[in-house]
Design a protein around this ligand. Structure first.
Ligand SMILES: [Zn+2]
Length: 221
C-alpha cells in the first residue's frame, strides 16, 4: 500500500514536471516567434503612413499625390532610412503648404524632376508623394543610400504671414509619427545639408534650434 502511494506521488511529481517543461518550451517558442516577427517587421515595414491619414496629433493632413505623369513622381519604391528636413526658403506671404502643393502640381513642374513628400506650415500638412516612393529633394541624384534614395522629404514653410515656430512644432509631430511608423530612431532625422553642401534647413541650423527640434520630436514620440 505504502509502495503504491509512493509510486503515485512519484507519477504525480513527474506529470507536474512534464507540464512545467511543456509550459517553458511553449513560452520559449512564443518568445522566439515574437522576436522573429518583430525582426521581419523591422526588415519590411510595409505599413505606410499614406493616403488614409487625415490628421496627426490634431494637425490636418491633406493628401494630394502628384499625378503619375509628372517627372517628380518617380514610381520607384525605396527603403526608408532618413527623414530629410528642409525649409522652403520662400518667405513670401502666402507661401504656405497649400501654395507649395499647387506649385508641385502646376503644369510648369510636369517635366521637372523635383518632388518631396510633405510640406508643413503653422496649421496643416500636405502630403504630395507616397512615402513608399523616392522623390527628388535632396540634390544627391541617385546616390545609393542617400537623401533621395532613402529619404522622406519634409519641407517646413517660412512664409512671412505664418508662425514659423508653430510650423516647426507641427513638423516635429509629423517626424515623430513617421519615426514610429517606420521603426526608426532619432538618428534617422537628417538635414538636407547632411547630404549636399547646402544651408538647409536654414533657420533650424541657427544656434541650438536644431537640437531643440530634435528634443521636441523625442518628446512627441
Ligand atoms: Zn532643402
Amino acid at each position: 500500500m505504502r509502495v503504491h502511494k509512493r509510486k503515485r506521488r512519484y507519477r504525480l511529481k513527474k506529470t507536474r514536471e512534464a507540464r512545467i517543461r511543456v509550459g517553458i518550451t511553449l513560452l520559449a517558442c512564443l518568445a522566439l516567434l515574437g522576436g522573429f516577427f518583430h525582426g521581419i517587421k523591422l526588415l519590411w515595414p510595409v505599413s505606410y503612413l499614406d493616403a488614409s491619414v487625415t490628421e496627426i496629433d490634431g494637425i490636418p493632413v491633406y493628401t494630394d499625390f502628384l499625378d503619375e505623369a509628372w517627372r517628380g513622381r518617380t514610381g520607384e519604391q525605396h527603403r526608408i532610412k532618413w527623414l530629410v528636413i528642409h525649409e522652403t526658403g520662400n518667405p513670401a506671404a502666402g507661401a504656405d503648404a497649400a501654395m507649395h502643393n499647387r506649385y508641385l502640381h502646376s503644369e510648369e513642374q510636369k517635366e521637372i524632376p523635383l518632388s518631396w513628400h510633405y510640406t508643413v506650415d503653422d496649421h496643416q500638412i500636405y502630403h504630395h508623394l507616397p512615402d513608399s516612393e523616392r522623390g527628388y529633394h535632396a540634390g544627391d541624384s541617385s546616390v545609393k543610400g542617400g537623401g533621395n534614395d532613402c529619404g522622406i522629404g519634409i519641407e517646413i514653410c517660412v512664409n512671412a504671414d505664418g508662425n514659423y515656430d508653430q510650423a516647426v512644432d507641427n513638423a516635429a509631430h509629423l517626424v515623430a509619427a513617421l519615426l514610429k511608423q517606420y521603426h526608426l530612431d532619432i538618428s534617422a532625422v537628417k538635414q538636407h545639408g547632411d547630404f549636399i553642401s547646402k544651408n538647409c534647413p536654414e533657420h533650424l541650423r541657427e544656434g541650438d534650434n536644431y537640437q531643440q527640434f530634435l528634443e521636441k520630436i523625442k518628446q512627441y514620440m
